[in-house]
Design a protein around this ligand. Sequence first.
Ligand SMILES: NC(=O)c1ccc[n+]([C@@H]2O[C@H](COP(=O)([O-])OP(=O)(O)OC[C@H]3O[C@@H](n4cnc5c(N)ncnc54)[C@H](O)[C@@H]3O)[C@@H](O)[C@H]2O)c1
Length: 354
Amino acid sequence: MNNEPLRFGLIGAGGIGAVRARALEKSPDCTLTAALDIDPERVAGLAGTARGFDSQQDFFESGLFDAVLICTPPDTHRELALEALQRGLHVLVEKPMAESVAACREMIAAARDADRILAVGFNHRFFKGVEVVRRAIHDGTIGKLSWIRAFTGHTGLSEFKAPWMYDKKVMGGGTLMDNGVHLLDLACHLMSEIESVNGYVRHDFWNLEVEDNAFLHITNSEGVVCDFHSSWTEWKGYRFFVEAYGDRGMAGMYYAPMRTRITTVDDKGTPVHTQRNFFPLDIFREKLFGWQVTVVETFIHEFRDFAARVRGQKGPFTAASGTDGLKACLVANTAYESSESGQAIRLPIVEDNA
Ligand SMILES: NC(=O)c1ccc[n+]([C@@H]2O[C@H](COP(=O)([O-])OP(=O)(O)OC[C@H]3O[C@@H](n4cnc5c(N)ncnc54)[C@H](O)[C@@H]3O)[C@@H](O)[C@H]2O)c1
C-alpha cells in the first residue's frame, strides 16, 4: 500500500460523526472521502469535500474508500461492520463495539475471515493524562502495580439527545455501556488479562431498565484489583479519573480539566515526592473552543495507529483492537450477571484477535 492518506467512508454523521469528520480533515494519515447517513440533512451538514450518500448500497458501491468509520447507534454496528468487512474494507467502529458480546464475537470472526483490520474507538487511551499513567506503570516509576481506582460520570438523562442512548435494546446497558465502557477499556488496557468481576448495579435514580450507577471490583491474574464506579448521576458534569497505585507510589490522571499527579516514595519513612501537571495550553484551548478540541486530538492519534495497522506496520499500537472492544463489553455484561447473582464471576480467556 502507498503512503497516500487512508481513505475513510464515514457512517453516521451525527454528534460524534461530525467531530470525527473534523479530526479527519486535520489528520495527516487519513482522509474523509464519503459519508452515509439515513438522514440526508446530516450528511449535507458535514464539513469538507466528502461525497454524501443516504443509500447504503450506493455508498458501499462507490469505491471511494478503503475503510469505514462507524458512528451510528451500537445496535447497528454489527450489521454495518459485517457488510464492510465482506466487501474487503477495514473497520474502525465507535464505542461500545456493539450492544452484545455475541455481536462483538461475530464482528471479530468476520474481520479474521476477511483478513481486514477491525478496531474500536476507545480514544480515551490517547488522552495525555492517560499516557502519563500508562508510562508510570510500564517504566516502573510507581513500582509493581497493586491496584487501580477508576471513576467516570456525567449527568445522565439531561445529557442525552435521543431516547436510544438509554435504551437497553440499542445500547446493551446503561452507564457501563455508555461512558463506563471507555474506563472499562482503560482498566483492561492497564491491568492486562482480567480474571474476575464482582459487580453491583443500581437503577433507582432514573428508574430505567438500564443502570444509572455501577460499582465493580475487577481483578487480574496477578491479584491487581480495580475499584471502579461508573455513573449517570454525577452532577458536576462529565469527568473521569484513573489512579494507579504501586508499591513505590501512585500515578493519577483527572479530567476535566486535565491534570496529572505522580507521587513516589523511595523507602518507608522517607519523604514523598510529588509531581503535578496542569496542561495549561489544553485547558485554555478547551475554554476557547470546547471539549471537542481535545477529543479531535485523540482521534488524530487513533487514526495514525489505525492507518499504520492497515499498512501492515508492526506495533506496539495504543489504539484498541476488536478483541479489546469485546473484552470491555464482556466485563460490562459479566458485571450485570454478577449483580444479579450476588457472586464474583470468572471471565473466559479471550485470545488476542480471536
Ligand atoms: N468516542 C466517544 O467519546 C463517543 C462520544 C459520543 C458517542 N460515541 C458513540 O458514537 C456512536 C454514535 O453516537 P452519537 O452521539 O454520534 O449519535 P447521534 O444520534 O448523534 O448520531 C448517530 C447518527 O447515525 C445515523 N444513523 C443511524 N442508523 C444509521 C444507519 N443504519 N446508517 C447510516 N446512518 C445511521 C443517525 O441518523 C445519526 O445521524 C455511538 O456508538 C456512541 O456510543 C462515542
